[in-house]
Ligand binder design. Structure first.
Ligand code: IMP
Length: 428
């Protein structure tokens, strides 16, 4: 069963791009299964930095077909700009394919996203304001417009009329804004975008299954993460899709029998952007240190990420809801200058020890982390490629986490470069 899922285990920004890129090497197809350009995957190849939002990371390998799956919401203008950026850096984007069933993001989605956030005031979600939520809402309301609708101008215009009528009613009557112009959208989407997007639009289900049936290896690449999942995350402070492993199945059109590896990517500490509960959040100079050294600012939005200690309760939950087979740990080198690190092993709530993630979110808001403190290694590990060369304290940190979460940590990142990682099996 040659299919692998890569999923984030925390609140995103775990460094999935790096490990997706690493695993992608052995793949024929890399399929992005949810989210949109709210994501930002950063890869460093031969010193050159690539910040990807929509295009699957497999694009950097000549033998891979990168596919944007049906579960993704696509702003065609952003997609074309990203393809131009890649081409300008010498990356061939001609193999990219977009599922005909992927939904499109329109300017009114973006405007509604920003207006809704403003309307929520102090209760705002802290969205990326990219129109992700409103585009998924239109999909659920069945007024969404799909990539395949670009192929037939008559259908596109008929659907746009319905969708725009609905969006303009909200913009003008609820928010007192100007309506979005129908012809202007047609000019951009049918005039500018369609000629370039049309050749990419495909039957992604056939593509994926033909590859699987012929023994090909397929990677399903998630964006965001477990705790931003619409069903399993810290609702309502979540995104509007399912980044968890189940989302890979619906977002790419495969059943579970094809999947043999589910890799959860976890950062050695935790960060979060936007609002919502965060039990291990740090408000002190250690948090500032993690943000500074870890360069914890949004790839796309530039927002400072909220930092915190590693939370094993969260990771145990991520292991469960994704059925993780293993964990890839990133950014262990960010601890290089610390004397010690804390790991949250359980929560305390009203005098009781809580080992598993509480289903009642009020508990998550009000619990206190129970920490174990582990010694630091005070040395530079960014050049190390073998586990036996790691300082004992770093190796012990990995073993401690493995024992806490119950699945092996097989990959460990020690720097942003493509070769800065350790790969080891369970026997160390
Ligand atoms: P939306 O996905 O733009 O609707 O934002 C919903 C929540 O998900 C907000 O808290 C965002 O900050 C968060 N979010 C969305 N995409 C990412 C990501 O790629 N990394 C981290 N957080 C994200």
């Amino acid at each position: 069963m040659p299919a692998t899922i890569v999923v984030g285990t925390q609140w995103g920004d775990e460094g999935k791009g790096k490990f997706t890129d690493l695993v992608a090497k052995e793949m024929n197809l890399v399929v992005r299964y949810q989210g949109g350009h709210n994501a930002g995957h950063t890869l460093v190849v031969d010193g050159e930095k690539f910040a990807l939002q929509l295009v699957p990371s497999g694009v950097l390998y000549d033998h891979i077909t990168p596919v944007i799956g049906n579960g993704v919401v696509v702003d065609p203008r952003v997609l074309l700009a990203e393809m131009d950026m890649l081409e300008s850096k010498g990356v061939d984007t001609s193999r990219l394919r977009v599922s005909g069933n992927a939904h499109l993001i329109f300017p009114y989605h973006q405007e509604l996203d920003a207006l809704h956030e403003r309307h929520l005031g102090k209760n705002k979600l802290g969205t990326t304001k990219r129109g992700i939520g409103p585009a998924y809402a239109d999909r659920a309301m069945r007024v969404g417009i799909r990539a395949q609708d670009l192929l037939d101008e008559k259908i596109f215009k008929a659907k746009l009329e319905v969708a725009l009528d609905h969006a303009n009613q909200i913009l003008t009557r609820v928010y007192n804004r100007l309506p979005v112009d129908f012809d202007e959208i047609c000019d951009i989407y049918l005039g500018t975008c369609k000629p370039r997007i049309e050749p990419l639009i495909t039957d992604a289900i056939d593509l994926v299954h033909t590859s699987l049936e012929s023994g090909g290896h397929v990677l399903f690449e998630g964006a965001q993460a477990t705790f931003l999942d619409l069903d399993h995350g810290t609702y309502p402070f979540v995104t509007s899709s399912n980044p968890t492993a189940g989302g890979a199945l619906t977002g790419a059109g495969v059943g579970p029998k094809h999947i043999d590896r589910i890799i959860g990517v976890a950062k050695a500490y935790v960060t979060r952007v936007g609002s919502g509960p965060f039990p291990t959040e740090l408000f002190d100079e250690v948090g500032d240190h993690l943000v500074d050294v870890g360069k914890e600012f949004g790839t796309n939005t530039g927002r400072r990420r909220r930092p915190g200690w590693c939370d094993a309760v969260m990771l145990r939950y991520a292991v469960r809801v994704n059925s993780l087979t293993e964990i890839a740990l990133t950014k262990l080198d960010i601890f290089d200058a610390l004397d010690s690190m804390k790991v949250c092993v359980a929560y305390e709530h009203e005098g009781k020890r809580v080992e598993q993630l509480p289903y009642h979110q009020s508990v998550l808001h009000n619990c206190t982390p129970i920490y174990e403190e582990l010694p630091g290694w005070n040395s530079d590990i960014s050049g190390i490629t073998e586990r036996h060369d790691l300082p004992k304290e770093a190796s012990d940190y990995i073993s401690f986490l493995e024992q806490q979460v119950g699945v092996p940590i097989n990959l460990v990142g020690v720097g942003p470069g493509r070769s800065q990682f350790l790969h080891f099996t369970n026997d160390g």
